[in-house]
Write a protein that binds this ligand. Sequence first.
Ligand SMILES: C[S@@+](CC[C@H](N)C(=O)[O-])C[C@H]1O[C@@H](n2cnc3c(N)ncnc32)[C@H](O)[C@@H]1O
Length: 213
Amino acid sequence: MQKKPKNVQPCHDRTSSHPSDSSFWEERYQSGDMPWEKGAPSPGLVDFLAEHSKLPRGTVCVPGCGTGHDVRAWAGAGFEVFGYDIAPSAMRLAAERTREAGLSAQFQLGDFLADPPPLLFDWVFEHTLLCAIQPNQREDYVRSVLRWLKPDGQYLAVNYLIPDREGPPFGTTRDELWQRFSPHFELFKEWVPRSYPNRTGLELMLWWRRKGV
Ligand SMILES: C[S@@+](CC[C@H](N)C(=O)[O-])C[C@H]1O[C@@H](n2cnc3c(N)ncnc32)[C@H](O)[C@@H]1O
């Protein structure tokens, strides 16, 4: 068993609410108990955008975007970005920081697993939402990615391969990801990205293209 990185701790016992409730996440933002908040976008995303500077600029959805670091990375690269989060404080902070950075993006409070998409996206970008929801909600998550993407859309994921069963964060494996996504997506590319220091070697990026077009 790999050891859990020191500052990624189970948080299910810290509050009375449940990780599938918005109040669970809102309490985390209000108390400042946010070990996932690194003050910078995913290094793997930063490198991806630098290495693929010729990609057509389309629409991107970042569900569970937190305070919006990844949204601002996509926006800074010229994409039209929509950040979604279930926690009101995350959306307020994300909008403030994006304004302060002089960037343009839209933020909307909502439940990615339940809400209808405001539009269909060229890209959905995953970073620590899949490990944040209850594992028994993962089928809903896959259905939501399909619901929110255009028929020829792409799903880029920074997956967190930790063994934890008590979370969030809840672990996953490459096998599980393959089983869930390969029926609907072609795997275009996979690689181990550069990571935040405490996640080095624990992340796997998967770039999927939707099947059937
Ligand atoms: C572990 S945090 C990661 C935040 C951000 N992706 C990052 O890496 O900084 C998980 C985020 O997902 C949000 N979240 C949880 N369930 C959600 C849902 N069903 N729909 C939208 N956002 C959700 C939480 O409020 C929280 O901001």
